[in-house]
Design a protein around this ligand. Structure first.
Ligand code: ADP
Length: 312
């Protein structure tokens, strides 16, 4: 449904999107996950043909985004980060207005609005003015405007930003419901958001895709690595020489030194070795007293942080 190849966008010297490529199949719900400034909005604006890239190609439903932007806009519903609402309009008037500019024939408009209002749970606010609506209802209305022309693809930029926890759950459920029939891309800087809603996640950092997969796949990659907290009584230099020469250790760091007696380390495994036993034997063989050995698995949150802010 969407094929992005080698996409690059610069703002002056700042490379906002740096040669990214990915594909999205029909019916997928895909999350763009990355910290603020990662390049998510820029990518979405290019996909929706609001912004031209410096390099690369984007093909949506068989159409080139830059050669046939009108065909693209017919097939895409877009919810930008700051939702486009006219606060002094009535809800129904607004939906009518959007249906009109989307070229929906006058005779079909009411049916279409009715269907979308049902789907987005707007029936009991159709007669209200937009300024009276809560933020949750405003977001539903924004989703409705993005869906009114029945697009195959929905692109949502930070769809739950600024909502309270109940509203977030409602909007997530709504997105999942919509995702049964449509291809959906949503962006977020919140990990739990994408893992709750999306079948696949692309992690973006500094304009590049740094990881991709289902939330489970990313989680499995993350959990192979383990952190081990170990407390030892022994001579610091010999302990550290041993740790340096041991295989399976990606890094180690001293976290507490109690007057030179008790030494506390945090050790990170390279992901493939079971380190606990090796560390235990190391202590016994060297007659170091081992007072604690505790394992902590890296969470999906850890892998996201490692990928997007480097070493922790
Ligand atoms: P995200 O949506 O992931 O927060 P953006 O795509 O908005 O990231 O921004 C990516 C980078 O591009 C940031 O460094 C941002 O400051 C820069 N940027 C975005 N829009 C503009 C613009 N219109 N002019 C100049 N720089 C921009």
């Amino acid at each position: 449904m969407i094929r992005v190849s080698n996409l690059t966008k610069r703002y002056g010297n700042n490379v906002a999107v740096d040669g990214i490529s990915f594909g999205i199949r029909k019916g997928e719900i895909v999350g763009f996950l990355g910290p603020n400034g990662a390049g998510k909005t820029t990518t979405m604006r290019i996909l929706t043909s609001f912004l031209a890239p410096d390099e690369g190609t984007v093909v949506v439903a068989g159409f080139d985004v830059f050669k046939e932007p009108l065909e693209i806009r017919k097939r895409i519903g877009y919810l930008p980060e700051n939702a486009p609402l006219y606060l002094d309009m009535g809800v129904l008037d607004y939906l009518n207005f959007i249906a009109e500019i989307r070229d929906i024939p006058a005779g079909e408009r009411w049916m279409r609005i009715k269907k979308i209002a049902d789907l987005c749970g707007l029936n009991n606010v159709l007669k209200r003015d937009i300024y009276e609506l809560s933020k949750g209802y405003r977001q539903r209305l924004c989703l409705a405007q993005a869906l009114i022309h029945n697009p195959d693809i929905l692109i949502l930029d930070e769809p739950t930003a600024g909502l309270d926890p109940n509203q977030i759950i409602e909007i997530r459920e709504l997105i999942k419901e919509i995702g049964r029939e449509k291809t959906v891309i949503l962006s977020s800087h919140i990990l739990s958001e994408v893992s709750a809603t999306c079948g696949r996640v692309l992690i973006i950092n500094e304009g590049k895709i740094v990881a991709s997969g289902t939330p489970e796949e990313l989680s499995n990659t993350a959990t192979r690595k383990e952190k081990i907290y170990i407390n030892l009584k022994g001579q610091k230099e010999s302990i550290e020489t041993k740790l340096q020469s041991m295989s399976g250790i990606a890094s180690f760091r001293i976290i507490e030194e109690n007057g030179g007696e008790l030494l506390k380390y945090v050790i990170e495994s390279d992901g493939d070795t079971n380190l606990s036993e090796a560390l235990f034997h190391m202590a016994v063989d060297n007659k170091w007293v081992l007072t604690e050995l505790r394992k902590e698995r890296a969470s999906l949150e850890d892998i996201f942080l490692q990928l997007t802010i480097g070493e922790r």
